[in-house]
Design a protein around this ligand. Structure first.
Ligand code: ZN
Length: 214
């Protein structure tokens, strides 16, 4: 009986990972972190998808992150700016989230923890890099004398390849319509203007053109 925990936000990447996990493992649960996201829509979207897919969702409150760091994802009065490291970056977020997810996985007897981080599309976030994930995996096992596995199905995929993965599972349309990636809180194809929408929509167009050559 192989059990997995998926770190789940209701976005394109983590929903693709969740659908993948449902095919790969006997039992799947999700962990969703609340940390004062810009839009409650993000959390509602994650809850709705978990319900639709019939998976258990553990919600963990991480508001304390906002006591330490200021960023445009959680501060509604800050505009999103692009740069080498965009100001949507929450320092150490994946590190903390994965550590909490690992503790939860231990308590429910799940050995596999799945996260949608990608070095290819990381926008320069250091805790999305493969070298960090490998290192944390060792640290978590040492910390808890455990045998956990951090699994990153999207690590080397660009957005077009993530759409391809959804399509291969027959879930491209589901991901396209039900997930929320937009920084302005608009489900599906989003506002089309924010950096997150641009990345997502460019990837989709690239994939659709590759799939259906004219
Ligand atoms: Zn948008």
């Amino acid at each position: 009986m192989e059990k997995a925990v998926v770190v789940f936000s209701g976005g394109q990447d983590s929903t693709t990972c969740l659908l993948w996990a449902l095919e790969e493992f006997d039992e799947v649960e999700t962990v969703t972190f609340l940390y004062g996201q810009r839009h409650d829509a993000e959390v509602e979207c994650a809850q709705k998808i978990a319900e639709e897919l019939g998976v258990k969702q553990k919600i963990i409150h991480m508001d304390l992150l906002n006591q330490l760091t200021e960023n445009a994802l959680t501060r509604k009065d800050m505009a999103i700016e692009e740069g080498e490291i965009p100001n949507t970056y929450v320092e150490g977020r994946n590190h903390i989230f994965l550590s909490f997810a690992a503790i939860y996985a231990q308590t429910i007897g799940a050995k596999n923890i799945i996260t949608g981080v990608s070095e290819t599309e990381s926008s320069g976030y250091p805790d999305c890099r493969d070298v960090f994930i490998q290192s944390l995996n060792k640290t978590l096992n040492l910390a808890m004398d455990a045998d956990l596995k951090l699994i990153t199905p999207l690590m080397w995929k660009d957005k077009a390849a993530v759409w391809e993965m959804a399509d291969q599972m027959g879930r491209l349309q589901y991901i396209r319509e039900h997930t929320l990636t937009c920084y302005n809180g608009i489900i599906g194809d989003g506002c089309g203007e924010c950096p997150s929408c641009k990345l997502r929509n460019d990837g989709l167009q690239t994939y659709l053109q590759e799939r259906l050559p004219l």
